[in-house]
Design a protein around this ligand. Structure first.
Ligand code: ATP
Ligand code: MG
Ligand code: MG
Length: 395
């Protein structure tokens, strides 16, 4: 049916690819796939099988080259381009891939390394209602994701466009041992055979993680991996123009200005702010028929950064007449009853109280380099890796 994207209904114990892989557990799922833990009998190791839905397998093979995304091609490039790069270990490694026929149609299956918890998972484990990450963990994840982005941007020529909590996973120190240990424990949730029914994620237990802001568990052993290039674009070949999760969307995408690798930097700036304060940097909505959600979003940006949009920049944006008059004034937006907080004030008020003032100021300066309205003015991943805020993080 139309609302059936065609998840593969895997069964535990089922074998795939002429008996090479045996399905052991469900690791997770997304809009485009379900992900399974499997034993690879040929290589004698545990692997993750990302089995794309029939619909998304078809989309990868559409004859319309302009609209064709390329998750497999990108993973192949990422896995081979430059293994010695410092960002290589912060991106996902592809071992193999194959296609097979299921009851709903054909599936592409990506054979990838098994990873542990996502950042999303650990933030929901911390003290009730508190979705902040510790400063130590925030800095570590930020630096590692920047290494991964430097590799994607400068070596692979890929724009990720989907940097969010559930696409950042932690690597397991010793996959076979950790997985074997996890499997001795009873599955914590019942297994639903029909993968079109939402099944809770069964996480593979990894090392102890720093859960709360006060936690003293060292973060030094954690390695974050930027996964899921299912929405990513080649720098010189975009397969669509409306990109990024709405809350993390950059001004140039809303305004219709050429975007590229720097759009990931805006996305990262929003996400890192969220790590520190525990809620979205930009929350926006339509105000009745006065102004729409996009205009509200743009207005929130100007308030949080304390800057107006540059009129020369606006004149180069395809959609600016939707939101601005020719003199650069808002077309519809008047003012918020409760204005957005300035970035620095937001950090000072909502980031952990234990943090010294210096640490907050340093974080603010870093974020200002990511959150520039004009894409060309944003720092690159390579430049941000030299930022003083991250100088005391040893990878
Ligand atoms: P989205 O809706 O985010 O686009 P998707 O269908 O493209 O999702 P992924 O994000 O790649 O799929 O994977 C879905 C989920 O499966 C992840 O959020 C994660 O929980 C789990 N997962 C993915 N890859 C792995 C892996 N290599 N090891 C362990 N778990 C994984
Ligand atoms: Mg995902
Ligand atoms: Mg995806």
């Amino acid at each position: 049916g139309q609302d059936n994207p065609g998840y593969f209904p895997a069964r535990l114990g089922q074998s795939l690819e002429a008996g090479r892989f045996c399905i052991v557990r469900k690791l997770g799922w997304g809009q485009y796939s379900s992900v399974w833990l499997a034993k690879d009998k040929k290589q004698n190791q545990f692997v993750a099988l990302k089995i794309l839905t029939c619909e998304s397998t078809k989309a990868l093979q559409t004859s319309d080259e302009k609209k064709r995304s390329d998750e497999l091609g990108m993973l192949q490039k990422i896995s081979t381009a430059q293994r010695s790069h410092r960002g290589f270990e912060h991106t996902l490694t592809l071992y193999d891939s194959f296609e097979f026929q299921g009851p709903h149609g054909r599936h592409l299956c990506l054979v990838i390394e098994v990873l542990g918890h996502s950042v999303d998972y650990i933030r929901h484990l911390s003290d009730a209602g508190d979705l902040r990450l510790s400063m130590a963990l925030t800095k570590r994840v930020t630096k590692q994701i920047l290494c991964g982005l430097e590799y994607l941007h400068d070596v692979c020529e890929i724009v990720h466009t989907d940097i969010k909590h559930d696409n950042i996973l932690f690597r397991l120190s010793d996959v076979n041992t950790v997985v074997a240990h996890a499997l001795t424990a009873e599955p914590s949730v019942s297994y639903s055979a029909d993968t079109e029914v939402i099944t809770p994620i069964v996480p593979v237990v990894s090392q102890p993680l720093p859960l709360s802001l006060e936690d003293t568990v060292p973060t030094a052993h954690l390695k974050a991996v930027l996964t899921d290039v299912g929405h990513s674009h080649w720098q010189d070949h975009h397969f669509q123009e409306l990109i990024q999760p709405a809350a993390l969307r950059s001004p140039e995408v809303i305004l219709g200005y050429p975007w590229g690798t720097s759009t990931d930097i805006w996305n990262l700036g929003c996400l890192v702010t969220e790590f520190l304060i525990g809620f979205w940097l930009f929350e926006f909505r339509a105000h009745g028929d006065k102004w729409n959600a996009e205009e509200d979003h743009l207005a929130r940006m100007t308030e949080a950064l304390g800057t107006k949009f540059d009129t020369v920049f606006l004149s180069k944006c395809q959609n600016s007449q939707k939101f601005f008059t020719s003199s650069g004034c808002w077309k519809n937006f008047t003012s918020h009853e409760e204005p957005t907080w300035l970035l620095e004030k937001l950090l000072a008020e909502f980031a952990s109280v234990d943090l010294g003032e210096d640490e907050i100021i340093a974080a603010g300066k870093f974020l200002r380099k990511c959150l520039r309205m004009i894409p060309e003015e944003r720092a690159s991943a390579r430049e941000l890796l030299r930022d003083p805020w991250l100088a005391d993080v040893f990878l």
